[in-house]
Each structure stands twice: as structure tokens, then as C-alpha cells.
Design a protein around this ligand. Structure first.
Ligand SMILES: [Zn+2]
Length: 319
């Protein structure tokens, strides 16, 4: 019964209907009201993720997620134990450019084959190493060999915004047409696609010739008005925040007062959300949250802007 009432309240608040006008206030399904999202994830910390994948993503204004195994990362360029793997300074540089460097287990231990205590240590060790060398605490996780099972699965989800539970292999078996179809389907269904890539020119599931991937990114870039390319962390956070947030809307003259409430840990969930206002003719819309002026975009009969879900009341002025 309690759950039912809460659900009703959410629906009421979420629809954002306010008296006297038809303004509808909601949180966009994806950042900047895009119709779908894609995250590109790269596993195992290969050297060419730094030399090839990251620069190709950056050229198009995209950022990726790199799930790494600390035990296989080279100390630095002067201490290379394995030429096929990245170095810690390279990972740090990637993080500074906005890529996500995250946890794929210290030693790539298969969840099906190791006891909980061993896995627990492996997970924590990789978190600490990434934090020490890259300066960012991983808040997501990708299961080695995609073994999503056992006690360690609940453990690894703690203090994170999400773990990689679904993915689509983007590698040797993908033709150019497969990648195009994947993109078209996401636009049609409005889903979030999570690509999983290992090798580009060498290594597990390598493309051989990664030109196919760059061409796919060109197509995605051309559809940027519909597709949000975000890191795994950004998109999983956004979706969970959107799911949990409640908006209370009141209208005073030409102003909407919107109070967001997000019952999640604000140390973990730091992703801004996009608010959408629609329902009438808008010539000019401005918005502020506390002292901060929010940057509003007007598109035909919709206004949208990013806000901090923990930042308190938002005042939207519509003319
Ligand atoms: Zn792996």
C-alpha cells in the first residue's frame, strides 16, 4: 500500500502539472533531450586504447570508458613489461581529457572461478591502484569474462553508480552494416547501447582494421542531435537519478518554481539532469537555480536546460 501511494505521488509530481496553465515539467529521458544514448567501453587496458581509440573519440568530441586491470598496467614509459598494455601516466592523461578509467578487476579474475574473499581483495586493490595513479575513484565496474554471479556481484555494486550488466560486442564480428543497424535501432527504440571493445589492430576480438569503428563514429557524429555519447558512468548515473527524482512544481504568474528531490547519495550521483518545459508558446525562457543562471535552449515548443538535482529550487521564467 505504501509503495502504491509513493508511486502515485511520483506520477503526480513527475508529470509536473501546475494549476492554471498547461506547462509540463519533466526530466528528459537522456541528456539534452536526446532520443537515445551510447557508451563505448574498452576492456583490458590495451596500449592502443591510448594511441588510437582515445584520440579518435576526442576528434569527434566523444569520451569513452576504459575498464582496466591494474596488474597488467605498465608503470610508465621507461618501465614497460608488456608492450601491448597501457601505462599509468597514459591512463591519467586520458582521465584528464574526460575519459572514464574504471575497474575491471586487478587481475581479471573470473567471478565463477574464485572465492569471494579473493575477488573482494582483487576489486578493492584495483580501486586503490586506479585512485592512486589516476586520481579518480572508480564508480563503475565491468565483470571479467562477463561473469555476473555470486556474492562478489553484490559486493562490487556497493559504492558505485552501476556495473556493466549488458553490452554489445563491438569488434571482429561487426560489419559496417551491423554497426549502422545498431545505431538505427537505438534511435528507433530510444534505448541505451553499451558497446564493448577489446582489440583494435591486435589482441582479443580485434577489428584488424579499425577503420570500421572510426566510420561508425562518423555516422554517430552525424546523428548527434539524437544520440548522447556519454561515458558508462555518465549515462548509468543519469538514468538512475532520473528514475529516483521527484519534482514538485508550483506556478506563480509567469514563473515556475520547481523543487527537485533526489533520495540518492549525493557523493556518488553527481550527474546533472536535463529538465524539459513544454506545453505552450515560449518566446523567451530563463532559468536559475539558487544564484546560478542555467543555460536554456529553446527548440520549437520545448525549453530544456541542465540542473543540479541536489541544488535546490529552480525558478523558470517564461515569456
Ligand atoms: Zn576483460
Amino acid at each position: 500500500m505504501k509503495t502504491f501511494l509513493i508511486t502515485l505521488l511520483c506520477v503526480f509530481f513527475y508529470s509536473g502539472f501546475s494549476s492554471g496553465a498547461d506547462w509540463n515539467v519533466s526530466v528528459a529521458k537522456y541528456r539534452h533531450d536526446k532520443v537515445c544514448a551510447i557508451s563505448y567501453t574498452f576492456d583490458d587496458g590495451l596500449a592502443e586504447h591510448y594511441t588510437l581509440a582515445a584520440p579518435q573519440l576526442e576528434q569527434r568530441g566523444f569520451r569513452g570508458t576504459f575498464f582496466i586491470n591494474g596488474s597488467k598496467v605498465n608503470k610508465d614509459e621507461r618501465h614497460i613489461k608488456d608492450t601491448t598494455r597501457v601505462t599509468w601516466p597514459q591512463l591519467k592523461e586520458m582521465a584528464e581529457k574526460g575519459h572514464e578509467i574504471s575497474n575491471h578487476g586487478w587481475a581479471h579474475r573470473n567471478f565463477a572461478k574464485f572465492p569471494f574473499e579473493v575477488l573482494k581483495e582483487d576489486i578493492l586493490k584495483n580501486d586503490s591502484a586506479i585512485y592512486a595513479h589516476v586520481g579518480v575513484m572508480p564508480r563503475t565496474y565491468a565483470y571479467p569474462n562477463n561473469t555476473k554471479q555470486g556474492e562478489a556481484m553484490a559486493f562490487v555494486a556497493r559504492n558505485r553508480v552501476g556495473t556493466r550488466l549488458k553490452q554489445r560486442s563491438v569488434g571482429s564480428k561487426c560489419t559496417a552494416r551491423d554497426l549502422e543497424k545498431w545505431m538505427e535501432t537505438l534511435i528507433k527504440t530510444g534505448d541505451w547501447g553499451v558497446g564493448m571493445t577489446h582489440g583494435l589492430t591486435y589482441g582479443y576480438d580485434a577489428f584488424g582494421n579499425p577503420q570500421r569503428l572510426w566510420e561508425h563514429w562518423e555516422q554517430v557524429k552525424a546523428n548527434e542531435d539524437k544520440i548522447w555519447v556519454g561515458t558508462f558512468h555518465e549515462v548509468v548515473s543519469y538514468l538512475k537519478e532520473r528514475e529516483a527524482i521527484r519534482l514538485t512544481v508550483t506556478e506563480k504568474k509567469n514563473k515556475l518554481h520547481v523543487v527537485p528531490e533526489l533520495p540518492l547519495d549525493k557523493e556518488l550521483f553527481t550527474e546533472p539532469l536535463t529538465m524539459v518545459v513544454e506545453g505552450g508558446t515560449m518566446k523567451k525562457v530563463s532559468a536559475r537555480q539558487g544564484k546560478k543562471k542555467l543555460s536554456v535552449q529553446l527548440r520549437s515548443d520545448k525549453a530544456f536546460f541542465d540542473f543540479d538535482p541536489f541544488g535546490g529550487e529552480i525558478i523558470v521564467t517564461i515569456r
